[in-house]
Design a protein around this ligand. Structure first.
Ligand code: HMG
Ligand code: MG
Length: 303
């Protein structure tokens, strides 16, 4: 099996993982989660989003969370910014990277960010320009690359179109996101190939939700294509408020365990990560969905 020589994981737990929680999660818990993740060796953390608090109340404490983080050298902190208003609020908190997020499905774009795909690109363009002028790296997320909760199957050509439009406005990296976790390896590979028509291998990442239990297989399928950057979420937390029924991202524990088993270095301490997953799930009063987390916890309990 041919695998990339390195791998980068972005833990999106504090943002994607928590955004869909119905009960308010205190800012200090979110800050504590970021601190624990960086202590466990994560070098990239997606912290929060500067979106409308009416749409996503859980992220209303974005500035407080960003301000509360004691930054660790070598760690990069990203935030979501859907428009100029969000970007202007975000820059105060000095993110290393911002994320504009669009979709390959028109219906999902409307439900998630209240505009068409074409309008979203118009909104992103000044955000990208302003960020790059300030030397802030710009990532784009393309949601619903395989399937949409409102439109059903999504053709790779739709992914290619959004990747092309994002490239044209200067987005530096695109994340290929299976928002509702319906993808299977060949489908996800086709979506990734569509993004690769406009982006280099070094400038794409995978963001796979695990609703149908395929996210780890989809990660391996993309690793085999040479894709080396992935979004993961500690304990498998997460979901999108505008994709009902979709579960969390692939668990960071599961991906780290697989990568270590493949002989790849992640720089992440798996035991520490398992403890973090248990800690945040205890706060949220649930079990981690990560199988690796459950297995390692059970093994520790037997000792
Ligand atoms: P809108 O209503 O079209 O915006 O929302 P608007 O420009 O018409 O403004 C309406 C009101 O919102 C105004 O306030 C604005 O000030 C305010 P009012 O005058 O009524 O009091 N507003 C804002 N407030 C705070 N921050 C802002 C902001 N913008 C406007 N940035 C908007 C457009 C995008 C803001 C809205 O639709 C929104 O917030 N959507 C939330 C989207 C979201 O967070 N979704 C989840 C994250 S994406 C995701 O999870 C997918 C991903 O993980 C990849 C995958 O898995 O697919 C990334
Ligand atoms: Mg997501």
């Amino acid at each position: 099996m041919k695998l990339p020589s390195k791998v980068k994981l972005v833990d999106v737990g504090p943002r994607d993982g928590l955004q869909n929680e119905k009960q308010p999660v205190p800012a200090e818990v979110k800050i504590g989660l970021v601190h624990r993740l960086q202590d466990a060796g994560l070098k990239e953390i997606e912290v929060t989003s500067f979106v409308s608090p009416k749409w996503v109340p859980q992220m209303a404490d974005n500035a407080e969370v960003m301000a509360g983080i004691q930054r660790k050298p070598g760690v990069r902190y990203s935030v979501l910014t859907p428009n100029l208003k969000g970007f202007e609020a975000a820059i105060e908190s000095k993110p290393d990277e911002i994320v504009v997020f669009g979709a390959a499905s028109e219906a999902f774009s409307q439900r998630n960010i209240n505009c068409s795909i074409a309008e979203s690109i118009e909104r992103f363009a000044p955000v990208v320009e302003a960020a790059r002028a300030k030397g802030i790296y710009v990532r784009g997320a393309i949601s619903t690359v395989v399937g949409c909760p409102y439109e059903g199957d999504i053709a790779p050509e739709r992914v290619e179109l959004v990747a092309r439009l994002m490239k044209q406005i200067g987005v530096q990296h695109v994340g290929v996101a299976d928002t509702i976790g319906v993808g299977t390896p060949a489908k996800v590979q086709r979506a990734m190939e569509a993004a690769l028509k406009h982006y280099e291998l070094d400038d794409v990442s995978g963001h796979f939700h695990d609703t149908y239990g395929q996210a780890l297989s989809n990660t391996l399928a993309c690793l085999e294509m040479g894709v080396w950057q992935y979004d993961t979420s500690v304990a498998g937390l997460g979901g999108c408020p505008y994709a009902k029924g979709a579960t969390g991202n692939v668990a960071t524990e599961d991906v780290v365990y697989m990568l270590h088993g493949l002989g790849m270095d992640t720089g992440v301490d798996l035991d520490q990560l398992v403890d973090i997953g248990r800690w945040i799930c205890a706060v949220l009063q649930r079990e981690p969905s990560s199988k690796v987390n459950r297995a390692i916890t059970a093994k520790k309990a037997r000792k």
